[in-house]
Design a protein around this ligand. Structure first.
Ligand code: G6P
Length: 490
């Protein structure tokens, strides 16, 4: 309701690569799937609250065959709260823009994850062309000349300036869901100036943390002739002024109606242990990730191995359930990573598996939210060991799932969330010993301490939920618009 008031009749258009619902054709029937994406987790409830139009890349198989190519879908299914407008990309566009420039270039570039970014001229051409297609779609959707446009993530760095060119009065809020590196790291990108110029078409440019804002401002300072007002955190470039601010993203806190449907924690435990053929008193940790080299899955496996070496009392009594949703598997780097994880998992299981209970269960498939929630509730500990992560929402989902105030969160200091959630056990995932000790500590933590930590974490996540994330950006944008309107009159 607050979001609607803030928008007071303004038209909202979201642009993201990933769509909130994927329609797949399976054995002749259309099934709907929710993708594993922090971006979607956060933006979808905001769209439900403020209606509007969401423009995204159509990625399912069903629509292309069954429905018209440029379809419009009313979502969520059966509820019709907002409109999804899908843009279908050609295989060449998808390869060059999405797999190539976005995921082989920008993704490793911004995460500085020891995977070398790859920059190809042809990928860049597709990235530019696809950004132009999305910008044109925004302009086509706009009913007035001053819509509120929410541009999401590293797939669309050029969209803000492209939209600004056609709709100079639009309020463009760009949110960068991944880290922003330091100027030296970013400087290796051959098109660094074009990317910065594109982003500076935004009214507001949001990052998760102050640290990422600072890196961005320093990068602009290094590579562009722009006026920077450090005091107000604004950048003036070619007649546009952009506010660079931090807005830590979050999740929708579950409602009482939802939690009323959850099974009690002991029942979740029983169901999960049964399904995985584990003994009734087995201790469990969970990891829920996309199968991505930034998530620190390998380091996590090594930490489990080290814990079993160092604290042999857990042999046969502890299992890590690692869900790894397949992601970007067309890329060699991702396939190689998956193979590596499988090999290491097998090796550790051979070394430490006893009497049929394995220390690591690798579930390399997509899990829907209810199944993940059951795992969160069944677990003694949740491991989030990203090597670098903009925010990470898995840790916040785990906290939201634990209304029993039990369970221990182990969180990487290199995830944006570590700044907001200091009551977790904070670890350096590159330090295997540190993570192994944290895991042992989690498994032996007295209930009173678990409760104390979890209650504090829950207060933070409940209060700083995703509506506050969107609300703060919209409030800042509202103030900005008002200021510009007043300035126009002078
Ligand atoms: C990260 C990115 C999102 C992306 C998600 C899933 O969270 O910031 O933009 O949607 O990963 O990746 P995918 O490539 O499958 O959309």
């Amino acid at each position: 309701a607050l979001l609607r008031t803030q928008l007071s009749g303004d038209q909202v258009i979201v642009v993201s690569n990933r769509e909130p619902y994927i329609h797949e054709l399976l054995h002749g029937a259309v099934v709907v799937r929710r993708p594993a994406s922090g971006l979607v987790t956060a933006v979808e409830p905001v769209m439900r609250a403020c209606s509007g139009t969401w423009i995204a890349h159509g990625s399912g198989s069903a629509d292309r065959d069954v429905v018209d190519r440029n379809d419009r879908v009313e979502l969520p299914p059966g509820q019709h709260e907002y409109l999804l407008r899908r843009l279908w990309l050609t295989p060449e566009e998808e390869q060059g823009y999405y797999f190539g420039f976005a995921n082989e270039g920008m993704w490793p570039l911004c995460h500085v994850a020891h995977v070398r970014p790859v920059f190809r001229e042809s990928d860049w051409q597709y990235y530019r062309a696809v950004n132009q297609r999305f910008a044109d779609a925004v302009v086509a959707e706009a009913r007035e000349d001053d819509p509120v446009v929410l541009v999401q993530d590293y797939h669309f760095a050029l969209v803000p300036a492209m939209v600004r060119e056609k709709l100079p009065r639009a309020t463009i809020i760009t949110f960068w869901h991944i880290p922003w590196p330091n100027p030296e790291s970013f400087g290796i990108c051959p098109w660094r100036r074009e990317i910065l110029q594109g982003m500076l078409g935004s009214t507001i440019l949001g990052f998760h943390t102050r640290f990422h804002c600072k890196n961005f401002i320093e990068t602009v300072d290094r590579y562009l002739e722009a006026r920077i007002e450090h005091e107000h955190s604004t950048i003036q470039f070619q007649g546009v002024s952009t506010l660079v601010e931090s807005y830590p993203i979050s999740i929708e806190w579950p409602t009482a109606a939802e939690t009323a449907l959850w099974r009690p924690v002991p029942e979740c435990r029983r169901r999960v242990l049964d399904r995985l053929h584990l003994p009734a008193d087995q201790r469990l940790a969970v990891g829920i990730d996309r199968f991505d080299y930034t998530k620190g899955i390998l380091e996590r496996l090594h930490a489990v191995e080290r814990m079993l070496e160092k604290y042999p009392e857990w042999l046969g009594r502890f299992t890590l359930v690692q869900v790894a949703a397949p992601s970007r598997s067309a890329l060699e780097e991702y396939r190689a990573f998956r193979d590596r994880i499988t090999v290491v998992t097998d090796r550790i299981n051979q070394r430490f598996g006893t009497g049929g209970t394995l220390p690591i269960l690798l579930l390399a498939e997509h899990h829907e939210h209810d199944a993940v929630n059951e795992l969160y509730r069944a677990a003694d500990a949740c491991l989030v060991t990203s090597l670098h992560d903009g925010m990470n929402l898995v840790c916040k989902e785990f906290v939201a799932a634990r209304d029993d105030e039990r369970g221990v969160l182990i969180l990487s200091r290199f995830a944006g969330a570590a700044r907001e959630l200091p009551e977790a056990l904070i670890v350096n995932p590159y330090h295997v010993e540190d993570t192994a000790d944290a895991l042992h500590r989690a498994l032996t933590m007295p209930e009173a301490e678990q409760r104390e930590r979890m209650a504090a974490l829950r207060t933070t996540v409940r209060e700083f939920n995703v509506y506050r994330w969107a609300g703060r950006m919209l409030a800042d944008a509202g103030r900005w618009r008002l200021r510009e309107r007043i300035a126009e009159r002078v």
